[in-house]
Design a protein around this ligand. Structure first.
Ligand SMILES: C[S@@+](CC[C@H](N)C(=O)[O-])C[C@H]1O[C@@H](n2cnc3c(N)ncnc32)[C@H](O)[C@@H]1O
Length: 212
């Protein structure tokens, strides 16, 4: 299992963890995803975290089958608790996926692979592993969608982003913000073409890549 940073969250008595960032960004993400997701199919969410997003997105997109996952067993317990509470039929049990290891997912299974707020927390080589595994999991004309904070070239979007990136690199010099250009190069190397960059609140971006 790869090392990973533990997401800060409060836990309800029923086991559902609540991360403030996911409370804030769920609404804007749903509006942006409305444009980028297909009308039907299977969405594989990598590094789902608490499961708040999976619950909100499965409810917002009832024609899509949502498969959440996380490397961390505590997060998977929380995802399962959100699933139980939601009662949603299109919200699957969480998979144990470590992006740095082979994924337990059939080739071509997903129309979309989605990951939110992960890339700045993983070392550079893991980004390539992520895109390689996502490419294998995607169907023809499938899409990889990535959300989070990014460098634009070598520039930060704000002083807050610069400070946050510095704090990440203090904790672990191998992690930190990736540039849009570097991520796009990795995507192209795995056969995925950048097709959209959506500006999101708090200087975040939603990047979409398409499989042939
Ligand atoms: C900042 S949290 C984001 C969670 C969720 N996507 C959200 O936005 O609320 C990062 C998540 O990535 C997961 N993670 C870290 N390293 C991972 C890895 N190597 N493979 C899969 N998940 C990983 C962590 O367990 C954590 O749940």
């Amino acid at each position: 299992m790869a090392r990973h940073i533990v997401q800060e969250a409060n836990e309800a008595p029923d086991g559902r963890r609540v991360a403030p960032a996911a409370v804030r960004n769920s609404g804007p993400l749903i509006e942006a995803l409305r444009v980028r997701l297909p009308s039907q199919g299977c969405i594989l969410e990598v590094a789902s975290g608490t499961g708040q997003h999976a619950a909100a997105f499965a409810a917002a997109f009832p024609a899509l089958d949502w498969i959440p996952s996380d490397v961390d067993p505590c997060q998977r317990d929380s995802i399962a608790a959100w699933r139980r509470e939601s009662g949603l039929k299109n919200f699957a049990e969480p998979l144990a996926i470590d992006i740095a290891a082979p994924w337990p997912v059939a080739r071509g299974r997903a129309q979309v692979v989605l990951t939110i707020n992960l890339l700045h927390l993983i070392p550079e080589p893991f980004v390539l592993r992520l895109f390689e595994e996502a490419r294998a999991a995607l169907s023809d004309r499938g899409r990889m969608i990535v959300y989070g904070p990014f460098l634009r070239g070598s520039s930060y979007a704000s002083d807050g982003d610069r400070a946050f990136d510095a704090s990440l690199r203090d904790r672990d010099p191998a992690i930190g913000y990736k540039s849009v250009e570097a991520v796009s190069d990795v995507a192209l190397a795995t056969g995925l073409t950048p097709i959209a960059t959506d500006a999101m609140p708090a200087n975040n971006l939603l990047l979409t890549f398409a499989a042939p």
